[in-house]
Design a protein around this ligand. Structure first.
Ligand SMILES: [Zn+2]
Length: 59
């Protein structure tokens, strides 16, 4: 039985296994590529931005 030396980490966007020591990490999540990292960061920032706007409006 072949044991996989998996880090247990995976790209948050496409789900592929990633190495733990790569630099593509944002918000505690790992990514397979810079492209996917930016994709996630953009989505996250839009989400945070929407929350900020809602807070200002409720004031
Ligand atoms: Zn990916």
């Amino acid at each position: 039985m072949a044991e996989q030396a998996s880090s247990g980490l995976y790209c948050e966007v496409c789900g592929i296994d990633v190495k733990q020591d790569n630099e593509l990490k944002r918000f505690g999540k790992f990514f397979c590529s810079k492209e996917h990292m930016e994709m996630y960061v953009n989505a996250k920032q839009r989400e945070l931005g929407a929350r900020e706007r809602r807070r200002f409006r409720g004031c």
